[in-house]
Design a protein around this ligand. Structure first.
Ligand SMILES: Cc1cc2nc3c(=O)[nH]c(=O)nc-3n(C[C@H](O)[C@H](O)[C@H](O)COP(=O)(O)OP(=O)(O)OC[C@H]3O[C@@H](n4cnc5c(N)ncnc54)[C@H](O)[C@@H]3O)c2cc1C
Length: 154
């Protein structure tokens, strides 16, 4: 028997995982593959704003491991896999040298951080915080007594 061409969801953030959960309520059988550039760990992004004052590190903000999400939602998860292009005629996602065919495609790939060009020699100390990996890097760089300037008042 040939394997069913999957529905592919790009992104395992709130949008991607919520969609997969809702699809599973209606269809337990359809083959779903999720593709994410990060580790696929489930977390609540708003907690990135409050995690520091709650004394939580990146692991403390994780809600479910990637494997647990794949099992719970009965789907395949490709982590650390970046979509580099879409062949819409051939219904294929381009993943660097690889590709993945899709029957239906959902792009739940969030938003990019605006990186400011700030002059000076402190570029490596500017931390955009838009995912768990960013938060981990920020927490690692913080030392007791560090002074932090926050840019962005959302
Ligand atoms: C610090 C912070 C605090 C927030 N607080 C609130 C709040 O209090 N209330 C509120 O309503 N909203 C808040 N938001 C906004 C809200 O959380 C986000 O809009 C929402 O979580 C975005 O979810 P998403 O699934 O669309 O994107 P994301 O969570 O960003 O997920 C994007 C996914 O796509 C993947 N991806 C991206 N590009 C590619 C690619 N080329 N190939 C493969 N995978 C790719 C990423 O790896 C990731 O898995 C906050 C946002 C931030 C950053």
């Amino acid at each position: 028997m040939t394997e069913q061409t999957p529905m592919v969801i790009v992104g395992t953030g709130l949008a991607g995982y919520s969609l997969a959960r809702e699809i599973r309520k209606q269809d337990k059988e359809i083959r779903i593959v999720m593709v994410t550039a990060d580790d696929g760990v489930s977390y609540s992004k708003p907690m990135l704003s409050t995690g520091f004052t709650k004394g939580k590190d990146a692991e403390g903000l994780a809600q479910a491991a990637t494997e647990a999400m794949a099992e719970q939602l009965n789907l395949e998860l490709l982590t650390y896999t970046t979509v580099t292009g879409i062949d819409t005629d051939g219904r294929r996602l381009l993943l660097g040298d690889d590709s993945l065919s899709y029957s239906k495609l959902v792009l739940a790939w969030g938003a990019d951080v605006i990186r400011l060009t700030i002059p000076g020699d402190g570029q490596e100390r500017v931390f955009p915080i838009n995912d768990l990996g960013d938060y981990r890097a920020f927490r690692k760089a913080l030392k007791p007594g560090s002074r932090v300037a926050i840019m962005g008042a959302g």
